[in-house]
Design a protein around this ligand. Structure first.
Ligand code: FAD
Length: 467
């Protein structure tokens, strides 16, 4: 009987699974369908490519299609979109340039990722409105930046000469959304000389972080001349063929381009059409082994739910490590070693110009209460290096714990870039994964040397204050 392992989606989750399966089962047939031309790429690097810090899109690729085919013996079919799954017949149907193919599977992995959300407002289809969800989006944005910087090409007919696109005359642009992609792109555009206005519906940027972290990052964005419009509900992207203004409930701000950083949604159409269950988050539901409601059909990465390590409940946190880890676990499971995918803590990090921030776990008190905890938080500011050591700065930590049990629930950290907020979050992640209490964390034997911290690392200081 034909028993191929078939993967839909050729990026982090899909290629991790295919590669692991190949290592574990050298003779098994492994087929990957990828609708685009790129595989195994690092979308996380796209803001830095647009900024110009990374020179070519190819630099973002970890393993090339040729390497997958020739060195890993994976039947990689790029340019093939899977359009249907038949879980009874155990087949998928894919469409490519050469026509339609039907492929049988022994095990199937859905690794279809997520897509950028385009808000339902007028004008999102105008020229000059971008999202950043794919390699081709990144290419278009980089070309836009290059054209603008070189003063080439584009000229708005009724808004004056193209001089606004000369090197020292880059025009106003809008970023809609103050999440991590919006902030990374605000930096990328501002560092290229654009006047950036960031529109955020809520009253703070980085919604999932603590208020203190959000304020710290927001202050720094302002210092870097990014104009923040908080509490600004964008109603329309106005203009002719091209976008000319962002219209909010109170204002109309002239812009020459708009980047929408308004979140992502899981790509679940295929699963839904095949009758595979979605969870309450809207993403594909999967058990600890990442198996869906259909036998031998697995789901991993941005299209799927994961289990939160603090609440034990399904959650949707579309980030790269989860995609890689769950893909790898599935690669082991389908080759004979059942392996759980592991939980997620919602750990995320962002750089905004000269500051860095991280968050992990449950910070929002309402969310903590809904999960049955009695949350309490403390924020401390502690030195990032020994006081006598040259350089250094501060780390601001908000630590949240359950008042009754002392269990650590989450943390939000911020510091100057390079002063360790992000790396320090890892100690808290370990605490969350182990269900540790504040007292446990206070006793963690963290490394100390003057160039890296004070004797009592800021994480220990925060635990002491909260304990
Ligand atoms: P994807 O990477 O989305 O890949 C899914 C693939 O499936 C795509 O290539 C798609 O073309 C293909 N596909 C979809 N449907 C079909 C079909 N029907 N047939 C065939 N192929 C199909 N995460 C972090 O942890 N840290 C970061 O700093 C970070 N920064 C990011 C910055 C940006 C700009 C973006 C866009 C994402 C960022 N992420 C970051 C998120 C991270 O990139 C994703 O979590 C990760 O790529 C998810 O991998 P995946 O394999 O699940 O999905």
């Amino acid at each position: 009987m034909s028993d191929p392992f078939v993967v839909v989606g050729g990026d982090a989750a899909g290629m991790s699974a295919a590669s692991k399966a190949r290592r574990e089962a050298p003779d098994r047939e492994i087929v990957v369908f990828e609708k685009g031309e790129w595989v195994s790429y690092g979308a996380c690097g796209l803001p830095y490519y647009v900024k110009g810090e990374i020179q070519s899109l190819e630099d973002l690729v970890s393993v090339t299609p040729e390497e997958f085919r020739e060195e890993r013996d994976i039947d990689l079919r790029a340019g093939h979109e899977v359009v249907a799954i038949d879980t009874e017949a155990r087949t998928v149907t894919a469409e490519g340039e050469a026509g339609t193919v039907t492929q049988s599977y022994g095990d199937l992995l859905l690794a279809t990722g997520a897509e950028a959300v385009v808000p339902s407002i007028d004008g999102t289809d105008r020229e000059g409105v971008y999202t950043l969800g794919s390699m081709s989006d990144g290419k278009e944005l980089r070309e836009y930046v290059a054209r603008a910087r070189e003063g080439e090409g584009f000229q708005q007919p009724d808004r004056g000469p193209a001089c606004r696109f000369l090197e020292d005359c880059t025009g106003p642009v809008g970023v809609v959304g103050g999440g991590y992609i919006g902030i990374e792109m605000a930096e990328a555009l501002a560092e290229n000389g654009f006047e950036v206005t960031l529109f955020q519906r809520g009253d703070r940027v980085l919604k999932g972080f603590s208020d203190e972290t959000s304020e710290y990052v927001a202050d720094h964005l302002r210092e870097e001349d990014v104009t923040l419009r908080l509490g600004a509900e964008v109603r329309e992207l106005a203009g002719g063929d091209r976008v000319e203004a962002v219209v909010t409930a109170d204002d109309r701000i002239e812009v020459e381009m708009v980047l929408l950083g308004t979140g992502v949604r899981p790509r679940t159409d295929l699963a839904e059409d095949a009758g595979i269950e979605r969870g309450e988050t809207g993403a594909v539901a999967a058990d600890a082994y990442r198996e869906t409601s259909a036998p031998d059909v697995y789901a991993a990465g941005d299209c799927a739910e994961a289990t939160h390590v603090v609440t034990g409940e399904p959650t949707y946190v579309p980030l790269a490590l989860t995609a890689n880890r769950h893909g790898r676990a599935i690669g082991q499971t389908v080759t004979g070693t059942p392996t759980e995918g592991g939980g997620v803590a919602g750990t995320a990090a962002v750089k905004a110009f000269d500051v860095e921030a991280a968050r992990t776990g449950i910070l929002d008190h309402d969310e903590a209460r809904a999960a049955g905890f009695d949350p309490v938080s403390e924020t401390v500011t502690a030195k990032s290096r020994a006081g006598y050591y040259p350089e250094g700065g501060n780390v601001r930590i908000t630590l949240t714990a359950d008042r009754v049990s002392g269990r650590v629930l989450g943390a939000s950290l911020a510091s100057e870039y390079g002063e360790g907020a992000v790396h320090r979050s890892h100690a808290v992640v370990a605490a969350l994964s182990e269900g540790a209490t504040v007292a446990d964390v206070e006793n963690y034997d963290l490394a100390y040397a003057p160039p890296f911290n004070t004797t009592w690392d800021p994480v220990l200081v925060a635990a002491k204050v909260l304990g």
